[in-house]
Design a protein around this ligand. Structure first.
Ligand code: CA
Length: 513
């Protein structure tokens, strides 16, 4: 190993070389960092959090050897904005990337830039989704925009290219390849999966996985949205807003698409068109039973239930492949000995609804998309297998990784280091509440901001509708009863509004309603 060699050379060192050797050894001792982030991976679909839906033995290894965070939240539950928050350690209104129509300003200070300036070699492979070219990376090999599942195009250091194969395998293999070639310096690798983002196209080897499994509907699948106007306006429900062709991947000439999905049939043609002749044959064979089931559907409720089953099957088939590939990374680290000096993080850019409130997407401040999976392995930590319940956020990732690297955290970063939690320690005066602000109005969404404490969640929907929602998370964890207008709750509404305002001042979020 190169690391051992340097130590050995320094040990025998000529006196004149001593100081540079010491410096080199110090740099070498800095941990490598592998940041694995999947796109739209719900914590409900990781067995370290809940084993009701799927087994993820490899992702669970990170939790077992590291720390699992049960209360990890995002500031703005949608792909691009979450990535910008992670890169900058700042809220969307500060880093400038508020919704997916944005373009990230790569001139601003970012985590990879700071690591690079301090001697790290930096790389990103996979989903980027920030439109501007990556900055601060020695190597980048990214999917353009959302990217594709099969035989995907990539932009490799500015050059358009197409790789043969399945996207999750390609991203992992290319990231491993880069790590093996760049391990002589401390490295920072952002391995960003496209999966399991919509339209949830599984690899061919898993097309028959879960065929014998019946996934029960979440208990609030038939939510009537009473007292919650913003939910009544959204267009992201399993029953009404999933496309039979694009989402469930079954041919249907007579299906009428909801207007929100008018692009879906054409998009399916384009996605399916990327498969090779052999892949198409295997795909058709793999999807035979789904096509037969669809032909037996008689009414709208049957259709909604079938769409839910199809959604769960394909989503979890994608997860199986993500888990396999996480296993490849962990095995490589062990085989090379890099596991002794490499921090490994697994997370998602946000949470995701798996049929709760009948939804299939993210965006809302309700629990399933506000929370994100987060687990951190640190080789020197004595807290293997611990579960942490402090309120941590994606805002904290940049400060945390700088802390692990022994680099001063810029004062204008709005998150804080959770390194002590990873080491099994406590942090005095840690945050007791989370501030959230979502902006994008596509799919019938309403802009909203809110505060979440351990007991309550207060949300203000403000554009286009203007409504308040309050939930008692201890008595109503599924957030079905909006109690914002209840006379006996006005004291708590008043108190939370003050705390919410304080958070907006703290995070410099000037409202432009
Ligand atoms: Ca996402």
């Amino acid at each position: 190993m190169k690391r051992t060699n340097i130590l050995a050379i320094c040990g025998f060192g000529a006196t004149g070389l001593f100081s540079s050797c010491t410096e080199q050894v110090q740099k070498q001792a800095r941990p490598n960092i592998i940041f694995i982030m999947s796109d739209d991976h719900a914590y409900q679909a990781i067995s370290a959090y809940s084993d009701k839906l799927v087994q993820t033995p490899n992702i669970d290894r990170i939790a077992r050897q590291g720390v699992l965070f049960r209360n990890a939240f995002v500031t703005n539950s949608i792909c691009g904005p979450s990535r910008a928050v992670i890169l900058t350690g700042k809220y969307s209104h500060i880093n400038g990337f508020k919704d997916n129509s944005g373009r990230f300003n790569g001139e601003q200070p970012t985590l990879p830039k700071i690591l690079k300036d301090n001697g790290y070699v930096t790389a990103i492979v996979g989903k980027w989704h920030l439109e501007s070219e990556p900055t601060g990376f020695d190597y980048w090999d990214i999917l353009p925009s959302q990217g594709h599942y099969y035989n995907p195009g990539f932009i490799n250091m500015g050059r358009d290219t197409v790789y043969k194969g399945y996207v999750t395998d390609i991203i992992t293999d290319r990231a491993i390849d880069w790590i093996k070639k760049n391990r002589s310096k401390p490295f920072f690798m952002m391995l960003h999966n496209k999966a399991p983002h919509r339209n949830w196209m599984p690899p061919i080897k898993y097309l028959k996985e879960f065929n014998d499994v019946h996934f029960p509907l979440p208990k609030n699948f038939y939510d009537d949205y009473k007292g919650r106007v913003a939910l009544q306006l959204q267009k992201i429900t399993v029953g009404k807003h999933m496309s039979v062709t694009y989402d469930s991947k079954v041919p249907c000439d007579t299906c009428i698409e909801d207007p929100v999905n008018k692009w879906a049939p054409g998009e399916w043609e384009a996605e399916y068109g990327r498969l090779t002749k052999e892949e198409k044959l295997a795909w058709e064979k793999g999807m035979e039973s789904e096509t037969i089931e669809f032909s037996k559907i008689k009414n709208k409720d049957d259709l909604a239930k079938w769409q839910f089953q199809r959604y769960m099957e394909d989503y979890l088939r994608c997860i199986k492949s993500v888990d396999d590939n996480v296993g490849k990374v962990l095995d490589m680290l062990k085989e090379t000995g890099l596991d002794k000096n490499t921090i490994v993080i697994y997370t998602s850019d946000q949470g995701f609804y798996l049929g709760e409130h009948s939804l299939f997407d993210k965006r809302f401040m309700y629990e399933e998309s506000l929370r994100t999976p987060l687990m951190v392995y640190s080789p020197n930590s004595k807290s293997a297998g611990k579960v942490n319940t402090d309120f941590v956020m994606n805002l904290d990732i940049a400060p945390t990784l700088l802390d692990f690297a022994g680099i001063k955290i810029p004062v204008d970063m709005q998150g804080a280091s959770i390194k002590p939690f990873v080491n099994g320690e406590t942090i005095s005066d840690w945050r007791k509440e989370v501030y959230y602000h979502y902006y994008e109005k596509s799919f019938g969404l309403t802009r909203h901001y809110g505060i979440r404490t351990d007991k309550y969640k207060l949300i203000h929907f403000y554009n286009p509708v203007d409504t308040w929602e309050l939930y008692d998370l201890q008595t109503d964890p599924s957030e079905m009863n909006n109690i914002a207008d209840f006379p006996d709750r006005q004291d708590i509404v008043k108190e939370l509004k003050i705390r919410l305002k304080d958070l907006q001042v703290k995070y410099k979020d000037e409202m432009e309603e």
